[in-house]
Design a protein around this ligand. Structure first.
Ligand SMILES: CC(C)(COP(=O)(O)OP(=O)(O)OC[C@H]1O[C@@H](n2cnc3c(N)ncnc32)[C@H](O)[C@@H]1OP(=O)(O)O)[C@@H](O)C(=O)NCCC(=O)NCCS
Length: 123
């Protein structure tokens, strides 16, 4: 069952920094860190799941705008919590506040926008 899509809705997801999330800026073995694209992908996923839980099965969302700062590194194996809050609804365009944290430490923060689309329109 879906609830109505309204501003103020929030979702938190916890996940671990795994091999596919890593980038090594030094090429020195063992110094791999969470990559920015991987952090943003997890933020986007959190927003997408939040929106999907309140949309009919015929609709989904696609990301079209990302404005995110990667503030602090996170190591392989770290437990990260991504947070999404739906701040504005403008027609079919949704704006989310997003954060990634390791415990109380902010790893990334910013804004992400998604558009509601009919699944039939996606090819
Ligand atoms: C999201 C989408 C369906 C919106 O389509 P639309 O309603 O025709 O889009 P709009 O014309 O409102 O444009 C979307 C935004 O891009 C901007 N834009 C459009 N063309 C642009 C261009 N050439 N250069 C810069 N910005 C552009 C628009 O100004 C708008 O921004 P705003 O909302 O801040 O004003 C479409 O942009 C899209 O398919 N994007 C790709 C989504 C995707 O594949 N995501 C990955 C998978 S989830």
């Amino acid at each position: 069952m879906t609830s109505e899509l309204t501003t103020g809705l929030e979702l938190r997801r916890e996940w671990q920094v795994g091999p596919s999330h890593l980038y090594n800026p030094t090429d020195i073995a063992g110094r791999e860190v969470l990559s920015s694209p991987s952090m943003i992908m997890e933020m986007e996923t959190t927003c997408a799941l939040l929106a999907k839980s309140s949309l009919p099965g015929t609709q989904t969302t696609v990301g079209f705008h990302v404005d995110v700062k990667h503030i602090a590194p996170a190591k392989a194996g770290a437990t990260i919590t991504t947070f999404a809050r739906l701040d504005t609804i403008d027609g079919r365009k949704l704006t989310f506040h997003v954060e990634a944290k390791e415990g109380d430490r902010v790893v990334g923060t910013g804004r992400h926008r998604r558009a509601i689309v009919n699944i039939d329109e996606l090819r």
